[in-house]
Ligand binder design. Sequence first.
Ligand code: NAP
Length: 293
Amino acid sequence: MQLIDGKKVAEEIRNELKLKVDETREKTGKIPGLVAIIVGEDPASKVYVGMKEKACREAGFNSRVHYLPQETKEEELLALVEEYNKDENFHGILVQLPLPKHIDESKIVYAISPAKDVDGFHPFSVGKMVIGQDTFFPCTPFGIVELLKRYNIETKGKHVVVVGRSNIVGKPVANMLLQKKNNANAVVTVCHSAAPDLKKFTLQADILIAAIGKANLITADMIKEGAVVIDVGVNRVEDANAKKGYKIVGDVDFAEVSRKASYITPVPGGVGPMTIAMLLSNTYSAFKKNENI
Ligand code: NAP
C-alpha cells in the first residue's frame, strides 16, 4: 500500500506557484490577488479563511479578508462583491459558505464575476466543467484529480465509484473524471443515501472516492483488493486520549482498508490540504488570463 501524501503534494504546488509569482512580479510588477469575504462567526469558517490567507501570503499573493458581522444585509454583501468584480488588484473572489440564513447563497454565488470565480461554484463554471471545457474547477475535486495525476494513477477506463453527490465534491469530481481527456476518461458511478446496497457498488471500484461525512462508513469488506481509495470525509469523533477530546477521521476505516488498498489518502493530510493549494492555483490562472501573461 502506498500512502497518498496530500500535505506534501499541496506544499509542492504552493512552492511551484511561489516561483511563478516571483518570476512574474520581477517581469511585470504584478501579483495575483485573492479576496475572501466571511460573514458571521462560524469558527470553522474563520479557521479555514485564516489558513487560506496564510497560504496566499506565503506564495507571494496579495490577500485580503473581509470579516462582516452576522447581521450584514444581502444588498450589502452584493455591493461588496460588485466592488471586487471591478477591482483590478483582485483576480479571485471567495465568499466563504455557509452564509447566514437571511442571505440567499445562490444569489451571492451568481453575483461573482465568472472571470473571478476561483471557487468554481458559479453555474457558468459548473456548466463549462460539465461540457468538458476549461474553466475554474471546484477546489476539492480539482485537488483529488491532481493527486491521482501526480501519483500516476491511471484513470482511463477505470471504474471510479463516488459515494456522495454534493455540489462541492461528489458531482463535480464525477463530472471531471468522466470527461474524455487525459487524467480522466473513467467509467463513473455515483452513489448516495438512496443506494439500496452500497457495498454492491463500492466492491466494483478500481478507484473509490468517499465524500459522505460519516466516520468510518467505508469498511474493508466494501472494497476490492488493490483498489485506490480517496477519503474526502472530515469527521470529528470523541477521543478521550486527545488533548481536545476529539480527533478527526475520514469516511474510510483507514486501519483496515489500508491493508487492502493499493493507494490510500490519510485523514488528515490527504485531500484536505489540496483544497487550498488548488484555490491558489485557480487564482493564479485567473491572474494570468486577466493580465494576459
Ligand atoms: P454533503 O453535502 O453532506 O453530502 C454527503 C453525501 O453523502 C450526500 O450526497 C449523501 O446522500 C451521501 N450519503 C450520506 N450518507 C450516505 C450513506 N449512508 N450511503 C451513501 N451515501 C450517503 O457533504 P459534502 O459537502 O460533499 O462533504 C462530504 C465530506 O467531505 C464531509 O465530511 C466534509 O467535511 C468533507 N469535505 C472535505 C473537504 C476537504 O477536505 N477540503 C472539502 C469538502 C468536504 P444524499 O445526497 O442522498 O443526501
